[in-house]
Write a protein that binds this ligand. Structure first.
Ligand code: SAH
Length: 203
């Protein structure tokens, strides 16, 4: 499949915003997958990066971005940089005034993500080596937080690093996951369940 075909397929099933479609068109997924999988870059499947890490299925990536409701200028924290692909799309969505921080626990993947983002000449993404369960307090609070690996529950630390009225998205569960959208309101935390997905677990 080619990029345009994949996009048409996804759009035939889901309502994806114009901005997200534009971002998807502008980033080459083949720059974010290992050499041996480049020919499959536009198949709607996750691809292996290394043990315990995959670049998520395109449909999942676009749906998560849709649910995240990103605005220009947003500051976003991602947990699990992996290939850097999702961060690249978000970098387009937040624009020049926005900023993405993406935390990755695996040293090789930190380097992989950095070099992939360089290929697309992306400058507003900071890739950080660290444990995502701790978030990244140095740049907190964030408008949006996206966890791209499965967690048992939404970590409190991450909710603390979210701005008021901010949105956090995380796949929660052990074998299969329910995608949970958390909204931080003035006097409560609102949760919405968005359906089941499969993710690799957060370590
Ligand atoms: N968003 C990525 C896909 C992420 S797959 C992309 O667009 O390609 C999940 C990633 O989470 C893997 O890269 C894995 O190494 C990373 N990960 C696992 N446990 C982690 C932890 N505790 N902190 C940060 N990253 C973690």
């Amino acid at each position: 499949m080619k990029k345009g075909q994949l996009l048409a397929l996804i759009r035939s099933k889901y309502n994806i915003s114009r901005e997200i479609i534009q971002a998807f068109k502008s980033i080459n997924r083949e720059n974010f997958v290992p050499q041996e999988f480049k020919s499959q870059a536009y198949h709607d499947i996750p691809l292996p990066l290394k043990e315990g890490a995959t670049i998520s299925q395109p449909t999942t990536v676009l749906l998560m971005l849709q649910y995240l409701n990103i605005r220009e200028g947003n500051k976003i924290l991602e947990i699990g940089a992996g290939s850097g692909y999702n961060a690249a799309l978000m970098s387009r969505l937040v624009g020049k005034k926005g900023k993405i921080v993406t935390v990755e626990v695996d040293e090789d993947l930190v380097e992989f993500a950095k070099s992939n983002l360089k290929k697309e000449n992306i400058k507003n993404v900071k890739v950080v080596l660290g444990d995502g369960y701790k978030g990244y307090s140095k740049k907190a609070p964030y408008d949006r937080i996206i966890v791209t690996a499965a967690v048992q529950e939404v970590p409190d630390v991450l909710i603390k690093q979210l701005k008021l009225n901010g949105i956090l998205l995380a796949p929660v569960g052990e074998h299969s996951q329910e995608l949970v959208k958390v909204k931080k309101l003035k006097d409560k935390i609102e949760e919405e369940y968005l359906g089941s997905f499969i993710f690799v677990p957060l370590r």
